[in-house]
Design a protein around this ligand. Structure first.
Ligand SMILES: [Zn+2]
Length: 384
């Protein structure tokens, strides 16, 4: 692979570079991209490879809820990488979600992928996990539509990338879905069936996102207070990884929904190397909003007021605090101009906070040194 200054490298180069290592690579959803420079500086100082990503809901052809199209997002992140002079990162399309799988939705999905490829994305997550057939008589039948849609889109990405390497993530088991008894978890058998079927179709993902007890964003107690997330089922995650290994299916696990999980727990108990990609999203939005509380109180108050006004009726019985916390992400597009025009002091504080928090994530994920591993693997590949 050719290194092109500080532009994104292929997601596959990052996954290939850390094979066999007990490391998790952070994937940061930078909904307000101001944090990216701080993240890149910390990545540089700790020699940590990193993914920067946004999901389809956050960033699409109409701007998603962050107000960013794939092109806008790529430009902002490329600039941040150049400013920080950091090279070991990939630009990832998180949750390219397909909810129905009908022709219209698939066509719109291909248009989104076209825009992502044109913007220089180097890694993609196809999420057709919603297409679960509850009437299926066996695992294969339950997963069949997910397999078909994932296969079709993976081949489409490959053709659009036109021979260039890219990272590929797929998803089995919708993250955060509950039944009467709590969160539904992906079983080892489902993961094996899903990946085997994709291999049979000529699709070889690097990472698999599973439902293992995490939830996107914050979780709350009955009084609406944010509480720590201790619900990730670590033994189930290890069992899924082991089943994949035992069946000669070389694919790592992508852990979604890390925001609420204490980092000491990640550091000491996450199966690093089984989990190889760790998605951190809402956390970075918190970094921005917590800084605004002090540095830009008028703007922060406007954001709170707008969010409450817009979402109070739809959330009867919920405390204001929880309504604001759960819906302030939708204010990002509304206050786009203001959020990207804050004072230099504010920007500096946001980036310093992002820097420090990234250090702690990189340490908890044991990703120190991963950037050099990735660079060496790329060089070795080039001289073959
Ligand atoms: Zn996710």
């Amino acid at each position: 692979m050719k290194q092109n200054g500080y532009g994104p490298i292929s997601g596959s180069a990052i996954f290939d570079g850390i094979i066999g290592q007990k490391k998790i690579i952070m994937a940061a959803n930078t909904r307000i991209t101001t944090v990216a420079k701080g993240i890149f500086r910390a990545a540089k100082d700790t020699d940590s490879a990193v993914f920067i990503e946004l999901a389809r809901s956050e960033c699409d052809l109409k701007g998603g809820y962050t107000g960013l199209t794939p092109k806008d997002f790529a430009e902002k992140i490329n600039k941040a990488a150049k400013d920080a002079q950091f090279d070991a990162w990939a630009l990832h399309a998180d949750h390219i979600t397909i909810k129905k799988g009908d022709p219209t939705e698939l066509e719109q999905t291909r248009q989104l992928i076209d825009a992502q490829v044109a913007a220089g994305y180097t890694s993609f997550a196809i999420d057709a996990s919603h297409l679960f057939n509850f009437e299926g008589k066996n695992v294969r039948e339950e997963l069949e539509q997910n397999i078909q849609v994932t296969t079709g889109l993976a081949h489409y990405i490959k053709s659009r990338m036109n021979g260039k390497d890219f990272g590929l993530e797929v998803e089995v088991g919708e993250i955060g879905r509950k039944d009467g008894e709590g969160l539904i978890l992906t079983t080892p058998g489902e993961a094996v069936e899903f990946i085997s079927a994709l291999h049979g179709n000529g699709v070889y993902p690097h990472v698999l996102a599973i439902a293992n007890g995490s939830t996107h964003g914050h979780i709350y107690d009955d009084a609406g207070n944010i509480v720590e997330q201790l619900s990730i089922d670590i033994s189930q995650t290890k069992a899924v990884a082991k089943a994949l290994r035992d069946n000669n299916l070389p694919v790592g696990i992508a852990q979604h929904g890390i925001t609420g999980t204490p980092r000491e727990l990640i550091n000491q108990h996450f199966p690093k190397g089984d989990i190889i990609k760790g998605n951190v999203g809402t956390f970075w939005q918190d970094v921005v909003f917590n800084t605004l509380k002090v540095y830009e109180p008028a703007l922060y108050n406007d954001i709170q007021a707008w969010t409450l006004e817009k979402y109070r009726d739809a959330n009867p019985g919920k405390k204001d605090r929880q309504i604001i916390d759960g819906n302030c992400k939708f204010a990002i597009k509304e206050f786009f101009r203001e959020l990207y025009a804050v004072d230099e002091d504010t920007e500096q504080a946001i980036q310093a906070m992002a820097y420090a928090e990234s250090l702690v994530f990189f340490r908890a994920f044991s990703s120190y040194g991963s950037a050099s591993l990735v660079r060496n693997a790329i060089m070795k590949n080039n001289t073959k």
